[in-house]
Design a protein around this ligand. Structure first.
Ligand code: ADP
Length: 274
């Protein structure tokens, strides 16, 4: 089953030929964690909004979510399968406490009060924020607010989680909090599908598959290993390969034999220590 399938998608905001997404096709299998990377303005956020039905249907091509083609009729049901986490943790915080914030979406879905508390407890626990349920957002770090946003989204039980630059406004510790949470969620729920829009190549290196977008077109697609091996092409669109790949490539250029399984800091450190 495909969680998401995009076929021949083209879109312009003005409706003329100034397209910001051009003839784009890709899919995400159920349970896959796919990163979409690209420089600013390459169309990543536009794509996230298109697949979530937030920009209407004035595009060419087709978008299917779990086998249902998006259109005016199907979009409401399809949106129930999608959970969206945005960049700015402050803009997403709608409650006056953590508890109210997680409850917000549940109230919209008219989940009965007596069921709601158990759901709030479960998902606040899941993201490690249960001790903060009565706290207001002011005292929370960016990473904590983003964890609350993720709890609110997970409480809706989405099958496809779309992270639109969800870590880009966080400091390094907030970023690693969110990334380890995402990996923990994936480990617990193998059928959860994730599309992460990011310009953090280190994050992308830990996903199942990477799609590189440039000026609204797909430039590369493959496993992190396949994509990040093409560091010169990435540099041509102002993207650096992750540190471990760059170092391995620099060492190879010096004639040092570096095994091909050097794909992250851990494998790099193990190899150096050997
Ligand atoms: P990214 O997320 O990769 O930075 P975006 O999808 O935000 O890229 O933007 C792609 C292009 O669409 C950019 O040229 C941007 O200026 C343009 N754009 C984004 N939002 C709008 C909008 N609401 N109206 C018109 N143009 C837009």
């Amino acid at each position: 089953m495909k969680a998401l399938e995009v076929k021949g998608l083209s879109f312009s905001y003005s409706g003329d030929d100034s397209e910001v997404v051009h003839d784009l096709s890709f899919s995400i299998e159920e349970g896959e964690y796919v990163s979409l990377i690209g420089h600013n303005g390459s169309g990543k956020s536009t794509l996230a909004k298109l697949v979530s039905g937030l920009l209407g249907f004035s595009y060419r091509g087709e978008i299917s979510v779990f086998g249902t083609v998006l259109d005016k009729k199907s979009v409401r049901a399809a949106r129930r399968d999608i959970g969206l986490v945005f960049q700015n943790p402050d803009n997403q915080f709608v409650g006056s406490t953590v508890e109210e914030d997680i409850a917000f979406g549940l109230e919209n879905r008219e989940v009965p009060r007596e069921k709601m508390q158990a759901i709030i407890d479960e998902y606040s626990e899941e993201v490690g924020m249960r001790d903060f349920l009565k706290k207001s957002p002011e005292g929370l770090s960016g990473g904590q607010k983003q964890r609350v946003a993720i709890a609110g989204v997970l409480a809706m039980e989405p099958r496809l989680l779309i992270l639109d630059e969800a870590t880009s406004m966080l400091d390094p510790s907030g970023k690693s909090e969110i990334l380890s949470l995402i990996h923990r969620l994936k480990d617990k729920n193998a059928s959860l599908s994730i599309l992460s829009i990011t310009h953090d190549v280190e994050e992308a290196a830990k996903s199942d598959r990477v799609i590189v977008l440039n000026a609204g077109r797909k430039m590369m697609e493959g496993t992190p290993k396949e994509v990040f091996a093409r560091s010169e092409e990435l540099a041509s669109i102002h993207l650096d390969a992750p540190f471990a790949y760059r170092l391995a490539s620099a060492l190879r250029a010096e004639g040092i034999e570096v095994p091909s399984d050097i794909v992250d800091e851990e494998s790099l450190a193990r190899w150096i220590c050997r």
